[in-house]
Design a protein around this ligand. Structure first.
Ligand code: NAP
Length: 296
């Protein structure tokens, strides 16, 4: 299978790039190979490679910066997925795409969101991502959208790395405790994606796009459990720098103003993913231990 992967330097994309070789020939792209804000370049690369599977792990993920770079965020998160879906449809490709818990505001619920809940994003990043999701849903090609949350890993820009850096510098840590969600290790997302593609591609009698077509849709894909950013920070410190826990203070969101508003509650139910593919990601605390290589 010919595969076109975007976001090869990102958290999820780099993990996918490490493990997807068994499925065939991967053309892994970063911003310098394929600029997602350039629709013509997307068209040209898709038509040149003619992938059977497009995995779009590239995205504009700077939630706060998106408020002042709305057009760029829209081009990368809203328009690029649309072009991949349109071009993919023309050549009979399957599209895998990633979405975000910031699809939801948290205003409507205090129990886990399910895929049929209405999306009501409250910041530009969330709005542009939802535009991308909708464009894919409308394009009519076989697709899987995996919606995740609070993604972290040992590389890249993420909350885990920020806390480790602040702890190392011996800083006071004032972290919000009234935003609730689920930290998800980027490797858990890549592994789950791998297992799903393995399942869907093992049938040699029915063409891969036809099989994917019968499963097309949005699937929540996060680790299990829930916590606040403060709870996440506490667990990170407990596993790495326990002496810094005393420097950790819980604060309300109103004491930590940011350019982009954040939803208060975005825990996602992974029931559909489990019932459809039999796949469950680890509990977030276990995933954090695996990520940090804490074995006890
Ligand atoms: N991060 C989270 O907390 C989170 C939460 C929920 C869902 N998600 C979703 O999960 C997916 C993967 O996220 P991630 O955390 O792996 O993101 P990430 O680490 O920020 O990686 C995104 C990648 O997109 C690339 N990119 C940005 N602008 C580009 C452009 N104009 N052209 C080509 N590539 C460009 C970046 O390349 P450069 O490094 O070269 O700039 C980066 O490697 C995304 O769809 C994201 O929306 C993420």
């Amino acid at each position: 299978m010919r595969i076109l992967l975007t976001g090869k330097n990102g958290q999820v994309g780099s993990e996918l790039n490490k493990i997807f070789a068994p499925f065939g020939e991967i053309t892994a792209t970063g911003k310098s190979d394929l600029d997602l804000s350039n629709p013509n370049q997307i068209r040209s690369v898709v038509n040149q490679i003619r992938p059977e599977l497009i995995i779009n792990a590239g995205a504009y993920t700077s939630v706060d910066k998106a408020e002042s770079e709305r057009e760029l965020a829209q081009a990368i998160n809203g328009t690029a997925p649309k072009i991949f879906a349109e071009e993919g449809k023309k050549i009979g490709a399957v599209l895998i795409h990633y979405s975000t818990d910031y699809a939801y505001s948290g205003k409507m619920k205090n129990n886990p969101y399910i895929e049929s809940d209405l999306s009501d994003p409250i910041n530009t990043y969330g709005k542009t991502k939802i535009e991308g999701d909708k464009a894919i849903e409308q394009a009519g090609l076989p697709f899987l959208i995996f919606r995740s949350s609070w993604v972290y890993g040992l590389d890249g820009k993420n909350f885990l790395r920020t806390i480790l850096r602040l702890a190392k510098d011996n800083n006071e840590l004032n972290i919000v405790n009234d935003q609730i969600g689920t930290p998800t290790w980027c490797r858990s997302i890549a592994n789950a994606t791998f297992k799903i593609i393995k399942q869907l591609s093992k049938n040699t009698e029915i063409p891969f796009p036809e099989i994917v077509s019968s499963f097309s849709g949005v699937y929540h894909m996060t680790c299990e459990g829930e916590t606040s950013w403060h709870g996440f920070a506490r667990s990170i410190l407990k596993l790495t720098e326990p002496s810094c826990i005393s420097k950790l203070t819980a604060i309300p969101t109103k004491e930590y103003p940011t350019p982009a508003r954040r939803p208060t509650y975005t825990v996602l139910s992974n029931k559909k993913l489990y019932e459809t593919f039999g796949i469950k990601l680890p509990h977030w605390e276990d995933a954090l231990k695996y990520c940090l290589k804490v074995t006890s």
